[in-house]
Design a protein around this ligand. Structure first.
Ligand code: C2E
Ligand code: MG
Ligand code: MG
Length: 744
């Protein structure tokens, strides 16, 4: 339990607990930092400093006539106080070259210590490799944490880290069955081992020598500490040895490896050994340290050789060197566990090489092996290095796509895009021993989220999807999820239909009026697809497909042309010459290298007034290639075209980013407008956007205004521009002109 909470930090220097060793007369006041780290340092029930360092400094203080003032602090606070010269001596400090630059140490180490993993008795952990799949408590920011995470990475171990704020919390986790092991220092672990059913493991690292430290350059007290330690070190009955024995008695059992206890089997013998051990404490400390170092070296040699063995034989496929099924399953399981903490969508993709068996039979196994090797190389080179990939079986490869969009449309687009690219790369001919080999792939996809917990079930589903793909005639992609499969097929149909729509002019524009002070000031152009003899298709359905397939470029071009032509028609009529037409521009368009040239050409060809044209962008477009997009927008603005930010508030753009873009208008997203009277958060978003617009000197238009109540509230908040069903619905141009009374 911490002695002082951090929030009391400010009061810390006032919280000096005066402990009088003798009368104050002729005593020098020496302040000592005390933090709670038993058995090394602690405050006992009587309120006195104790523990190994505490008792030692009391003995020294007695002889030096020091009046010890205890400064209670947390570890990092203590170090800051020491560096600032506010305490004279700080115990239990490991000497490092970095620390030697900001504090002074004495010569002879006061104590030898090391880090060690202590495991619950019911958990069998005897080597680093046994930490795989275990819940290990580590102190946040500690040396143990950095050492063990590095080790886990090196050995590709999957460890469920339980990050703790203090070692005591680690003990509590173990006690509650929420952790299997705790990484701590040998003294702390040993001190509490019995009470918490802990056993020391052979995972020992980072031996350290502990000292008292003083503010940099202040050696007066340190010299005295050194004097007494060197006086006492070699004498078995000296105060130093007695204190060490006193605190070691409780930890002796943990310094001796458990195997020793088991091997001896005789408690009496152990007691006798313990007594001998106590008497030879000094020698033990030294020899333990030397042995530890030797053990450390031995352990690391063994582990290094085990590492290759474990990795290559247990976790990697011998032919392709890719992770094997076992490692893949481990990783998938870990991922599913992590998803519970941080929900996200992902996909498992199982790739099966069509007709591999017959290829193997006709060309021979050697060629089969060669194909698998080359195939996996291409796959590996093609994919991002962070994608989990494995050779899952004979001719089956499995990969995990993580962090996919939470929106189903976008998710499908992302998955399909990667699969298309994969197929493109892998269905290119392979040249094996001067022979050209062509492959096709059957691909099964199963989507997962935090709702999935069972890795085996997911794998089964991916296999079923591949089976479906094979049944459908191979060289197919199949989703396990029937709904997804239907959507994927639907999208393929839309893509096909859109190609047709471009040829037969089935795309038309609707216009939705925009209002300022009850006057129509312009309109937003909204595309519609009217397939021959079928109902209108909503842009929400076909624009994402058009974007994913690249068809948005010719479609966007077509829309822009129609919009320009409409502006030309309006400019000829005094009633409509002032109208501004807003056109939605997709990310794919704005990032297309030819976009600016095409816009310039269109303006020239149609003669449309650029200052009546407004481009609507969405926030997501402002995230990629920021610098390049700013340059582009500026160039387009030079033509006279304005910019508005559509659906504002739904994306991730930060305020600082928005201010970098030369925008004219913010469009409050309709979802906030529609909820503004139901949900205070939505109301606050609307209010903030309006205030933001005012402070950035930008117009703010509210879209999706459906009710008088919304209109009134928006006006009260200072919004002046409106669009929504309350004023007008999107409609064909003839209707728009009629409704808005804009005819000749
Ligand atoms: P958007 O740009 O935010 O357009 C506003 C959407 O809200 C339009 O849907 C409009 O019909 C609808 N809307 C307007 N007022 C109201 C209202 O009061 N209540 C409700 N519930 N809805 C209202 P639409 O036409 O279906 O368009 C959907 C989205 O498709 C657009 O959202 C835009 O992102 C995209 N889109 C439409 N036309 C184009 C286009 O020409 N090019 C591109 N790239 N995207 C387009
Ligand atoms: Mg829009
Ligand atoms: Mg919008």
């Amino acid at each position: 339990m911490p002695l002082l909470s951090r929030s009391l930090n400010g009061l810390l220097t006032c919280a000096l607990l005066l402990m009088s060793v003798h009368s104050l007369a002729n005593h020098q006041v020496v302040s000592i930092g005390v933090y709670h780290n038993p058995p090394k340092i602690l405050i006992n029930a009587e309120g006195e400093v104790s523990g190994f360092f505490g008792d030692l400094i009391k003995e020294i203080a007695d002889r030096e006539n020091w009046n010890l003032q205890l400064v209670l602090c947390e570890w990092d606070e203590c170090l800051t106080l020491l560096k600032d010269g506010k305490i004279d001596l700080m115990p239990d400090v490991a000497k490092t070259s970095a620390r030697e630059e900001s504090m002074s140490f004495h010569q002879q180490p006061a104590l030898h210590s090391w880090s060690q993993v202590f495991a619950h008795k019911n958990t069998s952990i005897s080597s680093v490799l046994d930490l795989n799949q275990k819940r290990v408590a580590v102190l946040d920011g500690s040396v143990q944490q950095s050492f063990l995470t590095q080790l886990a990475k090196e050995f590709e171990l999957t460890i469920d880290w339980q990050i703790i704020k203090g070692f005591q919390q680690g003990l509590e986790l173990i006690d509650a069955g929420q952790a299997d092991a705790l990484a701590t220092n040998n003294l702390f672990g040993g001190f509490h081992a019995n009470q918490y059913n802990l056993e020391p493991t052979a995972i020992i690292f980072q031996p350290a020598q502990l000292y008292f430290a003083s503010p940099l350059g202040s050696t007066e007290h340190l010299e005295r500490v050194d004097f007494w330690i060197s006086q006492w070190m070699d004498k078995t009955d000296s105060p130093y040895q007695q204190i060490l024995q006193g605190w070691q008695t409780q930890t002796t059992v943990f310094v001796i490896p458990t195997a020793f206890w088991l091997a001896s089997g005789l408690v009496t013998l152990l007691l006798a050994l313990s007594l001998i051990f106590l008497k030879r404490m000094k020698r033990e400390v030294h020899s333990t340290r030397d042995e530890l170092q030797r053990n450390d070296e031995k352990l690391s040699d063994i582990l290094t050789s085990q590492k290759q063995e474990v990795h290559q034989l247990s976790f990697y496929d011998y032919l392709t060197q890719l992770p094997n099924r076992r490692l893949f399953m481990d990783r998938l399981q870990t991922l599913l566990v992590n998803l519970k903490k941080e929900p996200a969508n992902g996909a498992l993709i199982l790739i099966d090489i069509d007709n591999f068996r017959s290829l193997n039979d006709t060309l021979g196994h050697q060629m089969g092996d060669l194909l698998l090797t080359e195939f996996s190389k291409r796959l590996y080179e093609y994919l991002d290095s962070n994608v989990n990939l494995s050779r899952f079986g004979g001719d089956e490869f499995m990969l995990i796509l993580e962090d996919l969009s939470l929106n189903t449309h976008d998710l499908l687009t992302e998955v399909e895009k990667i699969i298309d690219q994969l197929r493109f790369a892998l269905e290119e001919p392979f040249h094996l021993n001067q022979q050209e080999v062509l492959t096709s792939l059957s691909i099964g996809v199963v989507l997962f989220s935090e709702k999935n917990h069972d890795a085996n079930e997911l794998i089964q589903h991916a296999e079923l999807a591949v089976f479906d793909a094979k049944k459908a005639g191979r060289q197919q992609v199949r989703f396990f999820d029937k709904e997804m499969q239907q959507q994927a097929e639907h999208r393929t149909q839309i893509e096909f239909g859109l190609r047709q729509a471009l040829k037969s002019d089935e795309l038309l524009l609707f216009y939705q009026a925009q209002y300022t002070d009850s006057q129509v000031t312009g309109a937003e152009a909204l595309v519609r697809w009217q397939p021959l003899g079928k109902p209108l298709v909503s842009p929400a359905e076909f624009i994402p497909v058009a974007e994913a397939s690249g068809l948005i470029l010719p479609i966007g071009q077509r829309i822009l042309k129609q919009a320009c032509e409409q502006l030309v028609a309006w400019s000829a009529n005094p009633k409509t010459a002032h109208l501004v037409l807003a056109v939605n521009i997709s990310a794919v368009q704005i990032h297309d290298k030819d976009f600016i040239d095409q816009v310039i050409l269109l303006l020239k060809e149609t003669g449309a007034p650029a200052d009546r044209l407004e481009f609507e962008l969405t926030e997501s477009m402002l995230i990629d290639n920021v610098e390049e997009t700013i340059v582009k927008i500026n160039k387009i603005k030079e033509l006279g075209i304005r910019f508005s930010l559509d659906d504002f508030g739904t994306g991730y753009s930060s305020l600082s980013m928005i201010t970098r873009f030369p925008l004219d208008t913010l469009k409050v997203d309709q979802s906030f407008v529609s909820d503004m009277h139901k949900d205070i958060r939505a109301f606050n978003v609307v209010k903030t956007v309006i205030e933001l617009g005012r402070s950035l000197n930008l117009n703010v238009i509210a879209e999706g205004v459906e009710t008088e109540q919304q209109h009134r509230s928006l006006e009260e908040l200072g919004c002046k521009h409106f669009q929504g069903y309350l004023f007008a619905k999107p409609c064909p141009i003839e209707q728009f002109m009629l409704e808005q009374n804009l005819g000749h």
